[in-house]
Design a protein around this ligand. Structure first.
Ligand code: ADP
Length: 363
């Protein structure tokens, strides 16, 4: 657990004017629908914006206040924190917030109330912890190889840190592993020290579904919010080339996320979808008290045995939630139209204020 203590955050929250809460986030990733959703639920909104990146936020008009910074990581500077507290801000974290502010800073220095469980962010960022969460929850994940010498079938090789799939590759033998490592090093995509930390797992041949959930700690319920599949470069461009040419040009595809497609899953798979969501919530409650809180995502591949195999999770708003700023097929079933993930977060904060239970959802 970090230096930022829940008691301190609750003291700050105690001093807030609950009639005038501002929902704030860092201008990147999923901030457009986080702020748009907050406005729809009647909150004021603020954006911490890096100079030079303000255009989308100005043009879409989602923020009432702009706090301009030279660099994203300045969001943890004392003066920025003061500005946020002065506007009774509750910060909604997302992938870029964690990446730019830095986990240590979020845990040790960022004395601004945040929506969700601050302590769980490390669990999704570090592969071993993430794996522990999934294994403890008995969720189906790809088989892991301890060393490259053991490779006996197609495997996916990954490196530390979320890097949008950069440097990842597929190999089927120890020899192929070695030659691809050399190719990635030559490209400058991986360093020697990454090689020791290479994570090798079974290649799951199947279709990609990134499943977006919201766990309401107030109502103790896991909601299915939406699904996307990734649009990745260069692999998704590469497959448009005739197979004969793919063989000829001999390039290794990469998996850098450039966008997302909305998708729905076969209805008969929804039982599994709810089951894995419930399992992760239970596992997190056991391992990282108080557990998940708010948005989380399971990145899955569905194979032709119709197994939903989870290769990655995130414990905050995932980038793919941008596919349903106006609601998804699944939020339509529960809420009618217009429920984005950002709006669902704001709704939870609103419910927390109304029920005087904010302390359950803020850290
Ligand atoms: P990052 O989190 O760094 O973006 P991911 O772990 O999401 O990387 O992986 C990037 C892409 O690689 C995925 O979107 C998926 O297409 C593919 N992938 C990841 N793991 C596997 C696997 N075990 N089998 C097959 N494909 C995989």
């Amino acid at each position: 657990m970090g230096e930022v203590k829940k008691e301190r955050i609750l003291e700050i929250l105690d001093g807030y004017d609950k009639e005038n809460i501002t929902i704030a986030t860092l201008g990147s990733h999923t901030s457009l629908h986080i702020l748009n959703g907050a406005k729809e639920e009647g909150f004021r909104t603020a954006i911490v914006c890096e100079k030079g990146r303000e255009v989308p936020y100005e043009r879409f008009g989602v923020a009432d206040e702009f706090i301009m910074v030279d660099q994203f990581k300045d969001i943890v500077n004392e003066e920025v924190q003061e500005k946020l507290r002065a506007m009774n801000a509750i910060v909604v974290p997302h992938g870029s917030f964690v990446a730019y502010a830095g986990l240590d800073n979020v845990e040790d220095k960022f004395n601004v109330p945040m929506f969700g469980n601050r302590d769980i962010l490390r669990w999704e960022a570090e592969r071993d912890l993430e794996r522990k969460l999934l294994v403890n929850g008995n969720v189906r994940i790809p088989m892991k190889y301890d060393k490259p010498e053991d490779i006996d079938r197609a495997v996916m090789v990954k490196f530390p840190g979320a890097r949008g799939g950069r440097g990842y590759f597929v190999a089927s033998s120890f020899e192929e592993f070695n030659s691809k490592i050399e190719a990635m090093k030559a490209r400058g995509w991986i360093e020697d020290e990454d090689v020791e930390q290479a994570h090798i797992e079974e290649y799951v041949s199947g279709c990609n579904y990134c499943i977006h959930y919201f766990y309401s700690a107030l109502d103790d319920e896991v909601e299915l919010m939406g699904m996307d599949s990734r649009y990745e470069s260069s692999i998704d461009g590469f497959v448009r080339m005739p197979a004969k040419d793919q063989l000829d040009i001999d390039i290794s595809p990469s998996y850098v996320v450039t966008g997302n497609h909305p998708v729905v899953i076969r209805e008969s798979l929804l039982t599994q979808v709810f089951d894995i969501g419930d399992k992760l919530v239970k596992s997190a409650a056991e391992l990282v008290k108080p557990g998940l809180n708010g948005p989380f995502c399971m990145q899955t591949l569905v194979n032709d045995n119709l197994e939903v195999v989870v290769f990655e999770t995130s414990a905050r708003t995932d980038g793919g939630t941008n596919t349903f700023m106006e609601g998804s097929a699944y939020t339509y079933l529960k809420y009618g139209s217009g429920m984005s993930m950002g709006r669902r977060v704001a709704r939870e904060i609103k419910n927390g204020i109304e029920r005087d239970e904010l302390e359950k959802i803020i850290t």
